[in-house]
Design a protein around this ligand. Sequence first.
Ligand code: VGL
Ligand code: ZN
Length: 230
Amino acid sequence: MGDSDFRPALLVIDMQEDFCPPNGSLAVAEGRSIAPLINTLLALPAFRLKIGTKDWHPPDHISFAHNHPPPDNQPFTSTTTITNPLNPHESYTTRLWPAHCIQSTPGAALIPELDAARLSHVIEKGTDARVEMYSAFYPPLRDPPVAGADSGLAGLLRAAGVTRVYVVGLAADFCVRHTAEDAVREGFEAVVVEDATRAVEPAAWEAVVKKEMQACGVQIVRAADWEVRR
Ligand code: VGL
Ligand code: ZN
């Protein structure tokens, strides 16, 4: 690919109060600390699009532990199996969380430290109570896709001629991961800027998750090592 074909976009994932200390219901350690580096990236003119996402759940969302009967409703440890409402043969198992990012609540707000005025678009995801959606592209149930579940992100990127996405934000091992992997599936180059993300489980991220993402074709870089212009 020649230099003139290099068209990057920045995807800023879920920089919301509920994912940040000190008060977030699903706070990721050091989550708030990455805002200055993300703001530096947001200020770079090289990005064609600067797209923010918000986890944006209804109160009865299937990922909330309290919406499931005991005893298998422990946040962080219990799981639930979600079946495609349009296809009983397609299902996947995902973990349960404390209630978080409920639509229009303070916990769902973008943190004020983020330079959100630089975002060209903000995508809300996880809005269907029946399905978990870590990825900013679409939920894992795709056979057939649940009506309305596609966020439109792939189309937005293609319409702008984007060839590569840089993915930052929260959390590295969930929404950043699944967004980057779906970007590869959709034919984009995907690069996670490691120092501009933080993981729910940092040890697993270092030991396992990064390698699994690289095996999927995701590149992982540090901002210090990376040049926007080539
Ligand atoms: C996320 C857990 C539940 C994330 C969203 O943004 O990574 N993690 N919902
Ligand atoms: Zn969520």
